[in-house]
Write a protein that binds this ligand. Structure first.
Ligand code: CDP
Ligand code: MG
Length: 884
């Protein structure tokens, strides 16, 4: 069985011919990146710190500019010779002229022409994102090479590319976007909005990013892990391009927040780059603290909106809560409280709008068959100012199916009861209430930019996506709960937990600022000023210090960055984060003694996290790959299976029972069952796709507790991962994904269990007798327990796991998370004999046993023997195992 996966188990690198090819490429690349390595080292040895005291005063900045110019002006700066005309409409031009950044165009362009690195700081809405690419385009920067702008959020990349195309009167062929699983870039693209992760991946292929003349890092203050990584790499790349005589411009755009990390940071930029502060016309916002801090902030927020809408003058309301569940809850409640009336007025019916809706749905449906079709249609999504009531109703229904249990802490599942005693204000002004969060489909997010119907007050309930990256027009009142949902992650055990906690002072002030864009405004903080002063941290912790960095670490190894701990991160991660990342990558076989292996090189190129990459590479046999692609796609999408019905349901318990029965049926028997939750999902997706081909997907999902949008997303992912594999491995050009997948055979299911172990070898758990946990006082609560490697607490199988009845001896899991107990998610049963073969790095093996003696195996041509040993930090005893 095992030998068909890997015929040299003592070495964790797979023997697959196309990976050999790949290695040749890698060697070639090394030759070109060698110079980079040397330069990186050179640049990291910053001995003399430049003086960087005063960054506030503009005078000091100016003198620094001079320093900078003399320091790097050796090679020719890009001097635009041509001015490229842009034919804007009058409306657009009039709107642009009102933006504060327009007044600074000349100063900005002079500074950019004279310096290779420039920071542009300015409040949200000042016009940075939409205007700077246009300035550069007009100055000829897009004539030979492209202008690229990174956004930390997918929402922003799409909406900004559309907005800029619209303002410039260009099509999406010229101003395009690209993100991991989606994009509309063409060979004509001049201005390209990308997510920061995409540009970081591009840097691994071409460290010098030669196709760009300008790189703009937008929203740098958000401090996403990829933005931080990019800034570190770019700080070294820019001087290299200078040296090569192909200079590039790096522009960092940020809200006026924590600029110190970029300027006063000699490890990042030896000479502090000049800062241009775009003065914004920010109207005054009156901040009202609550006297008491409300425990139930949803109730408090609701009451505040009721008060605003019944007593205060015209003006839009923006409410900040913590997650999409809360958003949907408040939206529904407010819609019930302030219903729409004047039905006729709203029905400025425009067939257009309806068509648009159906087209978008088609996009989602058809993407599997024809990728080009999406591209064609995407272009048509545009902001349409007219809204009709039908649309509003479908919108209302469809937002409800975006509820995610992931984000939901399990409190109010009986939320519909709450609505029964809502007072309906029929005479008050109707509220045009819209949700906004990052998981919401783009065309629905776009609705916040549209005019509300005549006579309605705009009301947007949002997560923190509205904090900085999107500017919503006409907001006069902000209601801020002061909290944010953070995914906390234990650096040693990998345990994850969602916590709602106070946001930072900086974030709260950003939220407040949203009320003063178009006129004086008010911000209602649902907490006291004492809490704000004493308990809010100054800034949010940068993402890179909060999450596992395995992926980034591997990418850096792949880029041959020496001494990663010394890499110029704007804020370096903890040493513990480096060591645990290194350990996990060693276990996966992606690193060996700190050096990247061939397997590591291969998986670094795949668009999925390292452990899933390992699974893909290891299933390169027996036509297993299509299954693994699906398995990996399933694992990458959250909440595919629903836990509770989305629509109010009389017999919720009954429905859940039916779903459980369906899931047990999907789980199958034998090895399929042991493949566990991962196998069950595989069959669920296969079944769903079969229904899809009959046009009954939505109905099937509703009936069987699958989240429709997740199923669609998985289909896109399977397609994308497959085309990515084909692109890297010519041998696989014949690989096709048949959405309607037959369930794996028993033998295939067994091989898949081994494949899963290859990717999740560091996440093992062993069933223990209750004796072993008996000193715990809460012991009575459980009938069984598992010990997970590294964990000090027992962990459990969730009641929704298909292995809950089987309780296998050894399992591996995708994630552990804590709610009321610690649960494993994505569980597969494994055979302990496989551990030394697939995950040798966590085993302590004995010398070969004398009895039976080692023997020569003709089939593999190797000597085989028996050993015993222990596994992992808990030193679990292994059974006698045969190895080569
Ligand atoms: O990047 P920054 O926050 O400085 O501003 P921006 O995103 O360039 O936005 C400039 C202006 O364009 C704002 O007043 C927005 O309201 C407007 N805008 C818009 O009307 N529609 C969009 N899709 C994007 C921006
Ligand atoms: Mg912006």
């Amino acid at each position: 069985g095992f030998s068909d996966i890997d015929d040299d188990p003592s070495d964790s690198e797979p023997e697959i011919s196309n990976i050999e090819n790949n290695e040749k490429n890698v060697v070639k690349e090394e030759a070109t990146t060698d110079n980079v390595v040397i330069d990186l080292e050179e640049n990291l040895n910053v001995k003399t710190k430049p003086s960087v005291e005063g960054i506030e005063s503009k005078k000091i900045e100016k003198s620094k500019n001079k320093n900078k110019n003399t320091a790097i002006k050796k090679t020719k700066p890009i001097k635009p010779a041509v001015y490229v005309d842009v034919l804007r409409t009058e409306d657009v031009q009039a709107a642009r002229l009102k933006l504060p950044i327009l007044a600074e165009e000349q100063q900005i362009m002079e500074t950019i022409n004279e310096n290779s690195i420039v920071i542009i700081a300015g409040e949200t809405g000042s016009g940075k994102t939409t205007q700077l690419p246009q300035f550069l385009y007009e100055a000829g920067y897009a004539l030979e090479k492209q202008i690229v702008i990174t956004e930390p959020r997918r929402v922003a990349a799409i909406s900004m590319s559309q907005r800029v195309a619209h303002e410039m009167n260009l099509s999406s062929r010229d101003v395009s976007y690209l993100m991991r699983f989606e994009g509309n870039v063409t060979e004509d693209t001049k201005i390209k909005f990308v997510t920061d992760g995409v540009l970081f991946k591009e840097m691994q292929e071409d460290f010098l990013l030669k196709k760009y003349s300008v790189i703009i890092i937008d929203e740098a203050h958000e401090r996403s892990a990829h933005t931080d990584m990019l800034l570190g790499c770019l700080s070294r790349m820019v001087p290299l391009r200078q040296k090569k005589g192909e200079p590039v411009k790096l522009i960092i755009m940020s809200a006026t927040l924590r600029l110190k990390d970029f300027i006063d940071n000699p490890r990042l930029f030896k000479i502090p780059p000049p800062v241009i502060d775009v003065q914004t016309r920010q109207y005054s916002v009156t901040t009202h603290f609550n006297k008491r801090t409300e425990q139930d902030y949803l109730k408090a927020a609701y009451r505040k909106v009721v008060k605003i809408n019944t007593t205060l003058p015209e003006g839009g309301v923006l409410i900040f809560v913590t997650g999409q569940r809360e958003v949907n809850y408040l939206v529904r409640k407010l819609r019930k409280t302030f219903p729409l009336r004047h039905k006729d007025k709203l029905l400025e019916s425009e067939e257009n709008e309806k068509k648009e809706e159906t087209q978008n749905n088609e996009d989602e449906e058809d993407c599997f068959d024809d990728k080009k079709k999406i591209r064609g249609k995407r272009k048509k999504i545009k902001v349409i100012p007219k809204i009709n009531l039908d649309d509003y109703t479908t919108f209302l229904d469809s937002t409800i199916d975006n509820l995610s249990n992931e984000e939901y802490d399990g409190q109010s599942s009986d939320e519909d009861d709450v609505f029964d005693d809502v007072t309906v204000y029929r005479t008050a002004q109707p509220l045009w209430t819209l949700p906004l969060y990052s998981m919401l489909p783009t065309h629905k997010q776009q609705k916040v930019f549209q005019q509300p119907p005549i006579g309605c007050r705009l009301c947007i309930v949002s997560t923190n996506v509205a904090e900085t990256s999107l500017t919503i027009p006409n907001i006069k009142y902000v209601v801020d709960c002061g909290k944010a949902k953070v995914k906390l992650y234990d650096k040693i055990t990998g345990l994850t937990r969602y916590m709602v906690q106070w946001t930072s002072k900086a974030s709260a002030n950003q939220r407040t600022g949203r009320a003063g864009r178009t006129g004086p405004g008010h911000c209602y903080r649902l907490y006291s000023s004492a809490v704000f002063n004493d308990e809010f941290p100054e800034f949010d912790t940068p993402e890179i210090q909060l999450m596992p960095i395995d992926d980034l670490y591997l990418q850096m190894k792949c880029m041959k960055i020496p001494n990663i701990a010394k890499f110029p991160f704007p804020s370096p991660p903890d040493t513990l984060q480096f060591t645990t990342a290194e350990q996990r990558l060693e276990i996966l076989g992606a690193l060996k003694n700190g050096k990247i292996t061939r397997l590591g090189q291969t998986i670094a190129k795949l668009p999925v996290s390292p452990r899933y990459g390992v699974m893909l590479v290891r299933s390169n046999i027996n036509n297993l790959l299509p299954y693994t692609v699906c398995l990996v796609a399933n694992l990458s999408v959250q909440e595919v299976l629903l836990e509770t019905p989305l629509t109010p349901n009389d017999n919720q318990k009954e429905t859940q029972k039916q779903w459980a029965a369906v899931r047990q049926r999907w789980a199958g028997q034998g090895n399929s069952l042991l493949l566990g939750d991962n196998g069950m999902l595989l069959r669920a997706i296969g079944a769903a796709e079969y229904e899809h081909s009959k046009g009954k997907l939505q109905e099937f999902c509703d009936r069987n507790g699958l989240r429709y949008k997740a199923v669609i997303e998985i289909r896109k992912l399977r397609l994308q991962i497959t085309s990515e594999i084909k692109a890297h491995y010519p041998d696989y050009s014949h690989l096709v994904v048949d959405p309607k997948m037959e369930p794996p055979s028993d033998h295939e299911a067994k091989l898949l269990r081994e494949v899963v172990l290859c990717g999740m070898g560091d996440k093992l758990a062993k069933k223990v007798s209750l004796e072993e946990v008996k000193d715990r006082e809460d012991k009575a609560k459980f009938k069984y327990a598992y010990w997970a490697n590294n964990m000090k607490e027992p962990v459990f199988l969730h009641s929704s796991s298909v292995l809950r009845r089987t309780l296998p001896e050894f399992v591996c899991f995708n994630e552990i998370y804590e709610t009321n107990k610690i649960y494993m998610r994505g569980v597969t049963a494994i055979d302990p004999e496989w551990i030394p073969i697939h995950v040798p790095a966590i085993c302590n093996l004995s010398e070969p046993l004398a009895e039976p003696p080692p023997f020569y195996d003709e089939k593999s041509g190797k000597v085989r023997c028996y050993v015993t040993g222990t596994v992992g930090s808990q030193a679990w005893e292994l059974p006698r195992t045969e190895i080569q």
